[in-house]
Design a protein. Structure first.
Length: 154
């Protein structure tokens, strides 16, 4: 499962968990889920194997359904065909804001990796990803740099 897939799963789980919570509830802090291994398909011309090498992220969930993910996260990304590997330090943070229409806005600050159909990015700086129920709709970046991970792993 890709990090993008995890985002969608987290949103669905969070929305269900918060459905009965009063608006005045204080934020809750829990460990952020992160699989040790997963494969990303469809972003590059080859599969990308992702191995989480260090993880101590937290998810802070607010009563309005938004949540913040921040903390230590490092991963090795490997081209499944050639074996070429790069290591990334991707602590974020990222703020997830689900909308009533099923869209999700993810605002990232700092290092983050994003996978889309036909594209994989390592983002440093602030960016905004809008995700619809069927997948990514748009990504924009304000400052910082973006690296094409498909090119880096080729």
């Amino acid at each position: 499962m890709s990090r993008f897939g995890l985002v969608l799963a987290l949103v669905a789980t969070t929305a269900l968990a918060l459905s009965g919570v009063a608006l005045a509830s204080p934020p809750t802090k829990t460990p952020a889920p992160s699989p040790e291994f997963f494969t990303v398909t469809g972003s590059c011309a080859f599969d990308v194997l992702v191995h989480t090498t260090a993880q101590n992220e937290s998810q802070i969930t607010f009563s309005d359904g938004t949540f913040l993910v921040t903390g230590k996260l490092k991963a090795d990304l490997t081209n499944a065909v050639t074996g070429k590997t790069i290591s990334l330090n991707i602590p974020g943070p990222g703020r997830y804001v689900p909308a009533a229409d099923g869209t999700l806005t993810l605002t990232v600050d700092g290092p983050w990796f994003l996978f889309f159909p036909g594209q994989a990015l390592f983002v440093r700086g602030q960016g905004t990803l809008l995700v619809g129920p069927d997948g990514p709709l748009s990504f924009s970046q304000r400052g910082g740099t973006t690296q094409d991970l498909c090119a880096a792993l080729s």
